[in-house]
Design a protein around this ligand. Sequence first.
Ligand code: ADP
Length: 582
Amino acid sequence: MTFRRALLLGAAILIVRSAIVLYLGDQEQQRVIIDDIIFPVVNGLAALSLIRAARATRSQDEMMYIAWAFFAVAQVLYTLGDVLWSILEIGLGETPFPSVADGPYLAYYLFFLIGVLLLPAAYQSTFERLKSILDTGIVTIFAIIVFWSFLIAPTIATLEGSDPLANAIAVAYPVADLVLTFSVIALIFRRMEHIAQPPIILLAASAVFLIFADSKFMVEALRETYVPATLGDSFWLVSYILTGLAGVLQVESAGVPVKPSAERPSPAFTWPLYLPYICAISAYAFLIWSIEHEDVNLYIRQHHLAAGVGMIILLIVIRQIIAIKENIMLYAAAQKELHQRIASEREKELLIKELESKTTEMERFIYTVSHDLRSPLITVSGFLGFLRDDIEKGAWDKVRKDIEIIEGAITKMDMLLQDTLELSRIGRMMNPPEDVPFSEIVREALEQTSERIRSRGVIVDVAEDLPVVHVDRMRAVEALVNLIENSAKYMGDQREPRIEIGCMRDGETVFYVKDNGIGIDPKNHQRIFELFYKVDNRSEGTGAGLAIVKRIIEVHGGRIWIESELGRGCTVFFTLPLSEKS
Ligand code: ADP
């Protein structure tokens, strides 16, 4: 059956019963008979609907299936109660209360509660779980106050007979309704996500109607104003119809997958969060009212009521403390996240900048390499032409010269290629860094450059207290060899050539190689680190030395710069990672 049809059927039943009740008017006996037929039938249909719902849920979710099975059993029990009631009332003409019918009736409330508790709970953090337990507690205390004041205590007060079983059953009903109320509260606070599902909403609504109908009946019975089988009893019928509709809807939606449990309840379902406060205010208002109306006979003692209100306040205070703690933690977590994001954003920007400069560097590198490699090639091809001409002419002395120039160009090209290769190797082929005293690196570099130093008559001055560095030893020596060679090479006509190697400790440790040679014009300070750049094209060397040094320093995470003026010597400064020990 589709939900639409079930809805129409439910509405039809309601209208037909109302019409019959109105038609029968004062004929109470007839009305009771009609109700004794309609109620078990409607309840039976609802039970069937829930059984089908449980079976349809089986393939979907094990826990959901078990919960629906309990709802179905509860409804079957209720129907059984109705049937027994009807048999007693119209079949045997006995008073159906108290009777065997009460057994299944009361069992209904228990099974319904178990069903609710078995429904899979929405995902909650520890804080949320604590809060929902407290919320449930607060609303339950309020419900206890209300049920006790208006139903349970008055019922106890009216007990007359000495049959303890009958008395117990009489009190059991308001208590059972309290249990049902608790079921609804538990459903609201612990299983918010499920209450967002239409079938469960209908089931909760049916429970609410049942509680209302039961309470209405009990209050009227206590006041002895209850008339059986009137329009007022429609609340019960509405409750049963809603139960049936819940089952039909569950069958229809069983094919639809359940929402993932981590999903938050939709904003529309945050209203239960206000419920504890509404209950607290109501309980307090009730207390004040009871104080001001001393004359009214209340079934709850004032100090009990005050204790209940006190409990509610206590739970609310605990709830607030938990909420404050939760807020502090959430705030801290949000702050942390924010900072992390800002930091990673900055890091990203830096990386992008670095990448951009690397790309530019790479482009310039490719341009330089291809440009500089072309020039010896042009020489070769040009002189091959001359060579052919000279051979044809038989100008043999010129031929030798041509060959020498071609050889020279090829050697140059080989050197350029070797330097390019060397540059590309740095960074790719590094030895693991080790702790080396910088003085040792200097010593090794001086050994390798000793010939040039001696031939130029350079005095080398090495500082004493050099620190221990954490570097790729071979590469560090290579860098220093280049720097010392440059210093020795570009001495010009200095009569007292001198190289000074040392370090400055001014916050940061900065090493330097200083000479008193020809120096470099400040306008060339940046360019000399470019690959193949030479201030004077006629000077010996490829112009790759400082580019290689710069690369070595940079792969160690250091910086390199120079201070120099034309004719006033040159100082190359650089930083290197220090050993943790120094
Ligand atoms: P190379 O020495 O092979 O020419 P480098 O890259 O080592 O290449 O140096 C680039 C240029 O910087 C050199 O051609 C030279 O003009 C200048 N230079 C390097 N070091 C010094 C120095 N200590 N004093 C003066 N000029 C220098």
